[in-house]
Design a protein around this ligand. Structure first.
Ligand code: EPZ
Length: 422
């Protein structure tokens, strides 16, 4: 297991490019199974989660060719003959559960392992299953696997109201509904850009989805879909991570390119309240840190609210703000495993239920800290870059799931990060 050795107090200055979105790519890859011909996906990042999902697709007999140098993925489902997703792969990456809707939508049968939990606690999938049942799926459980059939080989339209609004459930129901017979309506659907992009891709394949971008999606089932060439979105969470990192050292002045500012939702307005200077162009933002960072409290909510995937990064930034602020997560109540690790670096952070209160500005001192999940890990790297002395971040395989070339990108703009194989 690799670790990072980070020499702190380095401002970030220069230009850094954002890679393709992990959370937008995974639904697109699942959607490719629904087509009667190959699909080419561009701007696909070289991330462990992508490699894992490539293998999940290959298990079914689907041909997957990843041109890593070109970040291009070709998926050909012509030989799809084994509609199953095994536990040893699904447990590594819960989005593999999208295979349930994709395999049901394509061939009317799926045997997919339940994903299990993750680092910060239970991640239920009841809404996925209730939603697919509402469009005709017959579902049984057997030894940790979900076994689903579409009577007569094809799902039928129905109406689902999601509570809470769930990205994954919205994706899975869309994958099942686009080739069902009749009309499906998803109420309180997720509106994240990842879902919007999936709807656009499915419609380009021949699906008939209306209400795209709203919380009510109406799908008129069609009999077949064609493969497409489609470009994945930039990773809005990677972009937000680097924007926040650039606010943490007063001398930072970072140009972040290849992002889509529209995907940031309310994050941008909230970020401006900290005193950072933001100069947006159509696919870039220049972030100049303020001399004194203003503490701003946030509540993580569904899109377009503040993303839960940026709350750990925000809390880490607050250690360098002048005053007290809080971070509350209404999406995942226990997504705070990074808090004790920040404490090891000297942060004044007190967790009460699903809210952490941070008192800044506290000078952080380097120490050894443990990665626990993807976004917590990147927060510890951000802390190490402003801490005095040396910080050792262990188990950086978590980072390799969601940040392409993280240390290469950050070192190119002034960080001092060394990856060491353990
Ligand atoms: C997606 O997870 C993302 N993952 C997560 O990003 C992200 O944190 C999350 O959406 C919220 O934005 C991918 O896109 C691969 P949800 P997902 O279903 O779909 C509850 C990262 O760091 N819920 O929208 O699993 C659930 O407990 C990852 O890149 C149910 O109750 O999230 C949560 O409170 C981490 N029943 C809320 O809904 C269900 O059946 C939102 O979860 C499903 C979800």
């Amino acid at each position: 297991m690799d670790k990072f050795i980070i020499e702190g107090q380095t401002p970030l200055r220069g230009t850094l490019a954002v890679s393709g979105s992990k959370n937008a790519a995974l639904p697109l890859m699942a959607a490719a199974l629904l087509a009667d011909s190959p699909t080419t996906l561009q701007n696909i990042p070289r991330l462990n989660d992508i490699y894992t999902f490539n293998n999940v697709l290959r298990v079914t007999g689907t041909l997957v060719n990843f041109d890593e140098a070109a970040n291009t993925l070709v998926i050909d489902p012509a030989n799809l003959s084994f509609p199953e997703s095994p536990y040893d792969l699904v447990r590594k990456m819960r989005a593999s559960f999208y295979m349930l809707g994709a395999l049901l939508g394509q061939g009317g049968y799926a045997k997919v392992s339940l994903p299990g939990g993750c680092a910060w606690g239970p991640r239920p999938v009841n809404l996925h299953m209730e939603g697919l049942k509402a469009i005709g799926a017959e579902i049984t459980m057997d030894k940790g696997y979900v076994i689903a059939h579409a009577p007569g080989g094809r799902l039928r339209g129905g109406t689902i109201r999601l509570n809470p609004s769930s990205v994954g459930a919205t994706v899975n129901i869309l994958l099942g509904a686009v080739k069902a017979t009749g009309r499906t309506v998803i109420e309180n659907a997720a509106r994240e850009p990842d879902v919007v992009l999936l709807c656009k891709a499915l419609n380009a394949m021949g699906a008939q989805i209306s209400g795209v971008g709203t919380d009510t999606l109406t799908i008129e089932g069609v009999s077949g879909l064609s493969g497409i060439t489609f470009t994945n979105a930039p990773d809005r969470i990677e972009a937000g991570t680097y924007m926040i990192a650039a606010a943490m050292h007063p001398d930072s002045d970072l140009l972040i390119t290849k992002l889509d500012p529209q995907d940031l939702g309310e994050f941008t307005q909230t970020f401006k309240q900290t005193g950072v200077t933001l100069e947006f162009a159509d696919d870039s933002v220049r972030v100049k840190a303020p001399e004194k960072l203003i503490p701003v409290s946030i509540k993580a909510e569904i899109y377009p609210g503040f993303p839960t995937d940026l709350q750990a990064q925000w809390a880490t930034m607050l250690t360098q703000a002048s005053g007290k602020a809080t971070v509350t997560d209404h999406i995942y109540y226990d997504r705070f495993s990074y808090v004790p690790e920040l404490g090891r670096l000297g942060a004044d952070a007190v967790l009460t239920e699903n809210t952490v209160a941070i008192q800044g500005k506290t000078p952080l001192q380097g120490a050894s800290v443990m990665s626990t999940d993807l976004r917590a890990s990147v927060s510890l790297v951000m802390a190490g870059m402003v801490a005095g002395g040396t910080t050792e971040v262990l188990r950086v395989y978590h980072l390799d799931r969601g940040y392409e070339n993280l240390e290469v990108k950050l070192n190119a703009v002034g960080a001092k990060i060394t990856r060491v194989a353990e």
